[in-house]
Design a protein around this ligand. Structure first.
Ligand SMILES: C[S@@+](CC[C@H](N)C(=O)[O-])C[C@H]1O[C@@H](n2cnc3c(N)ncnc32)[C@H](O)[C@@H]1O
Length: 228
């Protein structure tokens, strides 16, 4: 699977893919990132900088890893995902809701913060996603998003594309689903350029939007504050 379709067809394909890989999703994640994914999610939760007890939506929560980190930080998470398979394979005591993150079943300004791990490139429309976040997050609420990135250094970039282009699909096909793991680790090819993405976040009603590269630039963390 080299290129995804757009719109509803993409959403259906993504949902089906995650339903299929759900049982081994966590195992393959830990192996292919050498457990760095655990560290990145914790950093994302810290970046929220919200008081204990704050109500946080973890969007595209998958099997609930970020929800567990939010609980560990004494925050109050609700996970949202549209894949029944991923929700069914979850290992969290957080409340989970099956819904499309582009159409959240929540009132305006009802949430203190939002997290989202490794899902931005799966959405069919990032502008609508940022607008939906801004709709549900309270003024001065916090947003912390995590996704893959492409390292700036040419050497790192070559090693990175070799690893994710050749080795990860092998791990994925041995343990799970080859076509899914040819698509999943693809770095920025399914994301708009960083500048465009940050502008779209600001346009949705957020300020202090920052993008931080992690682990040599293989991952990016985007943070922002909901404007008044
Ligand atoms: C790569 S997984 C990430 C899971 C988890 N956040 C993590 O950090 O491991 C992407 C998740 O996004 C979900 N997803 C993709 N598009 C979605 C949408 N429009 N609405 C809800 N969930 C969506 C998929 O079902 C999948 O569970």
């Amino acid at each position: 699977m080299d290129k995804l379709p757009q719109g509803k067809a993409k959403a259906a394909l993504v949902e089906d893919m995650f339903d299929r890989i759900a049982p081994r999703y966590d195992l393959v994640n830990r192996l292919m990132t050498f457990r760095l994914d655990v560290r990145w999610r914790r950093k994302t939760v810290q970046a929220l900088s919200l008081p204990k007890g704050s109500k946080i939506l973890d969007l595209a929560c998958g099997t609930g890893d970020m929800c567990n980190d939010l609980l560990a930080a004494e925050l109050s998470p609700i996970g949202v995902d549209f894949s029944q398979g991923m929700l069914g394979a979850s290992r969290t005591i957080a409340s989970l809701v099956r819904a499309d993150v582009l159409c959240l079943p929540l009132a305006e300004s009802s949430i203190d913060g939002v997290t989202c791990g490794f899902a931005l490139r799966n959405f069919t429309d990032l502008d609508s996603f940022f607008q939906e976040i801004s709709r549900v997050v309270k003024p001065a609420g916090r947003i912390a998003l995590l996704d893959v990135a492409q390292p700036k250094s040419r050497i790192l970039r070559t090693g990175h594309s070799l690893y994710f282009g050749k080795i990860v699909p092998l791990i994925g096909s041995a343990l799970s689903d080859k076509s899914a793991y040819r698509y999943l680790p693809k770095p920025v090819s399914y994301l708009p350029p960083p500048g465009e993405m940050m502008q779209s976040l600001k346009n949705s009603g957020c300020r202090d939007a920052k993008r931080q590269l992690l682990s040599g630039g293989i991952t990016q963390m985007i943070t922002a504050t909901r404007d008044f």
